[in-house]
Design a protein. Structure first.
Ligand code: BG6
Length: 515
């Protein structure tokens, strides 16, 4: 996340180009970067998929998506469209790579991309291994040499972006890392987590380390606990088959939320270089206290949405297409984690996520310890609310600090007030799509917002005892919750009587932690 160096010319090959991600996120993000003039001079996109839609069909679909997802304008589309190409083929078959490589060579020459190749795996995870093996066997990864017949450009790179899910558990993630490592150097592998590309997550690093006043408080002496929430209103959006196999813990916590937690909790890195930043984040994840099998029911909670709630007329999870009628997949998951290091000793980190919740929001709440003693007659220390720093990752991107103040009037009454920082208003900026930023980083060789293999495996290690326990005890502790709620009430029990989940609809009214 250091100041960006210019993106190198390259050919971007997207495997899985007819999929949702390419259409809804990747191409719109590239189009936005093109409008801003940030794409490199020599650049082209080659979408690869089995369906026979042809370049014209591909462009048409992408145009519709850009109209829907971006501030579209015809003139910039006209100059962007010729950069998009399509090749029909089954990349899991070695024989598909002959014609594919031929098309790639032609495009590299036509668009002056040189031998730099950025390949994006946006396919079902079971296809990663055959595709990567085929990439290797086709001689596309040459580490600084030419892979096609161009007779210029030495020092070329070939890089791979891998989408989540990265493995299904620790063993499969470690296996995938080995598979990738046989074809690509670690420096050429970009494991993407689009939450790291979110502007507000990056701002968290600036907030923590560009301001001297927060860092002295950012530890077990002053912080009582931290809550990280990623709530979604959508259901599984036609991805029932994928979701059945994933569930909320894998889909959101193992990846995005543990990553956010690592940024909240890490030590100041020596520099913002990828190596230093990722080292500090990995150390946090490695310091998380393992949840032992007999502690799972106290430290983890799962739920599934059922029925109708708050006037919502939506199918329950078990009625979603692609979902088994007796599914044990959780659509809500919450964990209580502790980080065993000097800074965070005894400070619980609560993370939760769910589909079909009341509002779409991602939020970090840092609760500070309450004042030890009340000077105010009639107001006990426990009735006064503790200071709380709330960081809205999305939407309403911003930061607010809650503090106690005197209510105007003759009586000495204490009440909470908030200081608010609205990101868009104060910086007069639009919040850009995370993928654009990350794609440009990959083109310029900056890995700082991508995960390294150790960090990823550490995140799997944290959730494995819970996944194993839930698998071995199907349905036994699955809590139903109505769509449009904030999840199962039972998830309050994770707090063990000390605190509550923040209710974004109203301020936390019952505070019972006594210091
Ligand atoms: C994806 C998950 O990684 O993140 C989805 O697979 C989820 O299930 C999505 O909906 C949420 O991303 P965002 O950026 O909309 O918060």
């Amino acid at each position: 996340m250091s100041t960006r160096t210019a993106a190198d010319s390259c050919l971007l090959v997207i495997f899985g180009a007819s999929g949702d991600l390419t259409q809804r996120k990747l191409v719109p993000a590239l189009y936005e970067q093109h409008r801003e003039g940030r794409l490199p001079k020599g650049f082209a996109v080659l979408g690869v998929s089995r369906s026979d839609i042809g370049t014209e069909g591909f462009r048409k679909k992408m145009r519709e998506s850009c109209i829907e997802h971006t501030a579209f304008d015809e003139a910039s589309w006209k100059s962007f469209e010729p950069l998009l190409h399509y090749h029909a083929g089954d990349a899991t078959k070695a024989e598909a790579f002959g014609p594919l490589k031929q098309t790639m060579c032609e495009l590299a020459a036509a668009h002056n991309t040189g031998d730099n190749l950025l390949m994006y795996l946006s396919v079902a995870p079971q296809l990663y291994e055959p595709i990567v093996n085929n990439i290797g066997a086709a001689g596309l990864v040459t580490e600084g040499q030419r892979w096609c017949s161009l007779d210029r450009h030495t020092g070329a790179w070939q890089r791979l972006i891998v989408e989540k899910p990265f493995g299904h558990d620790l063993a499969s993630a470690a296996h995938l890392n080995r598979v990738l490592g046989r074809v690509f150097e670690e420096e050429a592998i970009y494991r993407i987590d689009h939450y790291l590309g979110k502007e507000t997550v990056q701002n968290l690093v600036v907030f923590r380390f560009a301001n001297a006043i927060f860092e002295p408080l950012w530890n077990h002496q002053y912080v009582d606990h931290v809550q990280i929430t990623a709530a979604e209103t959508v259901g599984v959006e036609g991805r029932g088959a994928y979701y059945e196999d994933a569930g909320a813990l894998r889909d959101m916590i193992q990846s995005h939320l543990l990553q956010i937690m690592a940024v909240v909790a890490m030590e100041p890195p020596n520099t913002l270089n990828a190596e230093d930043l990722r080292d500090e984040q990995r150390k946090v994840l490695q310091a998380v206290r393992p949840i032992s099998a007999d502690q799972v029911s106290r430290a983890a909670l799962r739920g599934q949405y059922h029925g109708q709630g708050n006037g919502e007329r939506v199918p329950g999870y078990l009625d979603e297409p692609g979902v088994a009628k007796d599914s044990n997949t959780e659509t809500y998951a919450a964990l209580r984690l502790e980080i065993d290091n000097w800074r965070w000793h005894g400070v619980p980190f609560y993370v939760r996520t769910g589909k079909r919740l009341r509002r779409k929001l991602t939020q970090i709440c840092v609760y500070f310890k309450p004042a030890p003693h009340s000077l105010f007659r009639g107001t006990s220390p426990t009735a006064m609310k503790p200071n709380r720093l709330k960081i809205n990752v999305q939407p309403d991107e911003g930061i607010s600090l809650r503090f106690e103040g005197k209510v105007p009037g003759n009586d000495l009454k204490v009440r909470s007030g908030v200081m608010d920082f609205d990101y868009v208003q104060q910086f007069h900026g639009q919040i850009p799509e995370a993928y654009g930023h990350l794609l440009l980083d990959a083109m310029s060789g900056d890995q700082s917002l991508f995960k390294d293999r150790h960090e990823l495996e550490a995140a799997w290690r944290i959730v494995m005892p819970v996944l194993d326990h839930w698998k071995n005890h199907p349905g036994s502790d699955m809590h139903a919750y109505p769509p449009g709620s904030w999840g199962p009430n039972a998830s309050e029990t994770l707090f063990q009587g000390q605190g509550h989940w923040h209710n974004p609809e109203g301020e936390q009214t019952r505070w019972r932690r006594d210091g």
